[in-house]
Design a protein around this ligand. Structure first.
Ligand code: GLY
Length: 416
């Protein structure tokens, strides 16, 4: 049996409105109660320092040594993001990224080099895994800032990057599961910002969702997805992730750079670009101020020019944390604070000021309970800090989703 989210979305609006009231109340209280509202890292920080999304944590040690030894700030940041790009088990970036609705992996990336004030970007690139390095090549070897699609792929090959199949068995099976669940119309609208968009309901349908999640898990087993990965695969089908890694690096001289790379929104329409390749949205670096980048709902971040807005906020005196919170509030404003819509949005900003002060801020606390958003940091000590969230709660708490048993969490490197 196949079933689509669209069918489900057409059901009870009444229940959704009731559910939304509760979420809104909790959101207001989160804003009032956040002890870190005015910036835990507002004072000068340490240099050198590298910050990144948490999927870069494992690559920080080597990149930090490289930076400390005099390596270029952009090369240090690229060293971090190349790790997940090369890793077939990271399905948010590069090799093994979750594909578009046709089962084709399309990658986006951009970078900015503070010291030389240059930028490069590529979008919708197929068959080349290290698109962050290709973005740097665009910056260095062309008179352009951005190349997309087939032209970007041909350019990458000319620059010596090999063509390879980016679709791993793991990602292909998740895509097959998605096809059974959503057919091909998931991103054909109405979109979240369309007045005709209807939120799904919670309580009246909870049992139905339980049934659907159980069915999906059974399909996952039929497809040969191993037990430890089945619930994670189902979660990705129900909540198509946006993956992505951003990294910013600052050396002891105060030089700063940033880059962002992604396989983008899972099951997207072919040709869709998110925020990651957009200079000023997924990444922005200004040598005079600092560097910022984003992971999360690309469409929402493009509309607030997130990374650029944050840098401009810091230029006008805001702390990294306040600058990021302001960008998040602009996203909330775009939906007039409608929590029925905002709970389908996820956004995290990674912010580094030129003096080494930094912040990780997110719209929600995480995807689900026990799964907080984190920013990975290395300034001599490597750590992962939980981000400060604007809203209390989790972006993916709807529909009610079974907890992934602790035993499976421990054994699976594929779970968020
Ligand atoms: N933030 C990644 C994307 O939306 O494509």
């Amino acid at each position: 049996m196949t079933f689509s989210r669209r069918d489900f979305v057409k059901t009870s609006v009444l229940g959704a409105v009731a559910a939304g009231v509760g979420t809104q109340a909790r959101a207001e209280s989160a804003a009032q109660n956040s002890p870190q509202e005015h910036g835990a890292h507002a004072g000068p920080g340490k240099r050198p320092i590298i910050i990144c999304a948490n999927n870069g944590y494992a690559y920080l040690e080597n990149a930090f040594s490289f930076l400390k030894g005099g390596g270029d700030t952009l090369d240090a940041a690229l060293q971090v993001v190349k790790g997940p790009e090369d890793d077939p088990k990271d399905d948010s970036v590069g090799l093994g990224g979750i594909p578009n609705e046709e089962g084709v992996v399309e990658l986006d990336a951009c970078c900015m080099h503070g010291p030389t004030r240059r930028a490069g970007s590529v979008g919708g690139v197929r068959n080349i895994k290290n698109v962050s390095l290709v973005a740097k090549a665009v910056m260095l070897h062309t008179g352009h800032v951005m190349l997309v699609g087939e032209g970007a792929e041909r350019f990458a090959v000319d620059m010596g990057y090999p063509r390879e199949n980016l679709l791993t068995e793991n990602s292909r099976k998740i895509w097959l599961l998605w096809k059974q669940f959503n057919s091909t119309d998931d991103w054909w609208g109405p979109g979240l910002d369309d007045p005709h968009w209807q939120p799904p309901s919670v309580k009246p349908q909870a049992e139905l969702w339980k049934e659907r999640i159980k069915n999906l898990q059974a399909h996952a087993a039929e497809l040969g997805i191993e037990p430890a990965r089945q619930l994670a695969a189902v979660r990705k089908v129900v909540f198509p992730p946006t993956g992505t890694i951003h990294c910013s690096a600052l050396n002891d001289k105060g030089e700063i750079s940033g880059c962002t790379t992604t396989s983008g929104l899972a099951f997207k329409l072919p040709g869709r670009l998110g925020d990651s390749p957009i200079i000023g949205a997924g990444c922005y670096t200004d040598q005079d101020i600092g560097s910022a980048g984003a992971t999360g709902s690309g469409e929402e971040n493009i509309k607030v020019a997130g990374a650029h807005s944050i840098i401009e906020n810091m230029r006008h005196g805001m702390s990294p944390q306040d600058a990021g919170m302001d960008a998040l509030r602009r996203i909330v404003r775009n939906y007039n604070g409608d929590m029925n819509k905002l709970r389908f949005v996820d956004m995290t900003y990674y912010i580094l000021r030129k003096d080494g002060a930094y912040a990780g801020v997110s719209l929600w606390e995480g995807y689900s309970a026990g799964n907080p958003h984190k920013i990975a940091v290395h300034d001599g000590t490597r750590r992962a800090d939980v981000t400060t969230s604007l809203l209390k709660g989790y972006s993916q708490e709807f529909p009610p989703f079974p907890d992934i048993p602790e035993e499976l969490k421990k054994n699976s490197e594929y779970l968020k």
